[in-house]
Design a protein around this ligand. Structure first.
Ligand code: 4NP
Length: 152
């Protein structure tokens, strides 16, 4: 079974949505996965996802209200096969905290979408509701590309 950890800054907007989209896509295609999400920051530890993130997930058939924010830990670099960052600053932070004997492969979510390599999933936290629909579309594209790669 393949294990994947999605990482953003707060773990209340983008990475919980990526987790949900990936769970749905993996289930749709029958790929067995272990999935979680975490943040590099510690402002929202133990909090449920942002209400706007919960709402966009629910509109798309996923209930993420029971997800709780946590921070990335060193053990995550051993426990997960893939650590998938939502933007480049998350990649930089992950490399800075990555233990020498880490086994997890670190990559950017949209690197798994042909033609969108290097693109960030923009942080919707300080924007309006419409931004969360853009985030959802981005994480679905990333989840589809990632599941396709992992099935090969
Ligand atoms: P996320 O969004 O990284 O997509 O969960 C953010 C949520 C909260 C904060 C920053 C980003 N914050 O600074 O509190």
């Amino acid at each position: 079974m393949v294990s994947v950890l999605f990482v953003c800054l707060g773990n209340i907007c983008r990475s919980p949505l990526a987790e949900a989209a990936f769970r749905a896509e993996a289930e749709r295609l029958g790929l067995e996965v272990e999935v979680d999400s975490a943040g590099t920051g510690d402002w929202h530890l133990g909090h449920a996802p942002d209400k706007r993130a919960q709402a966009v997930a629910l509109r798309n058939g996923m209930d993420i209200s029971a997800y709780r924010a946590r921070q990335v830990e060193r053990i995550d670099f051993m426990r997960f096969d893939h650590i998938i960052a939502l933007d480049e600053s998350n990649v930089t932070n992950l490399h800075a905290m990555r233990p020498e004997d880490a086994s997890a492969a670190i990559s950017l979510l949209l690197d798994h979408v042909p033609g969108r390599e290097g693109e960030a999933v923009a942080d919707p936290y300080y924007g309006d509701d419409a931004g969360f629909d853009v985030t959802w579309a981005d994480v679905v594209a990333g989840a589809q590309g990632l599941v396709e790669r992992l099935r090969r």
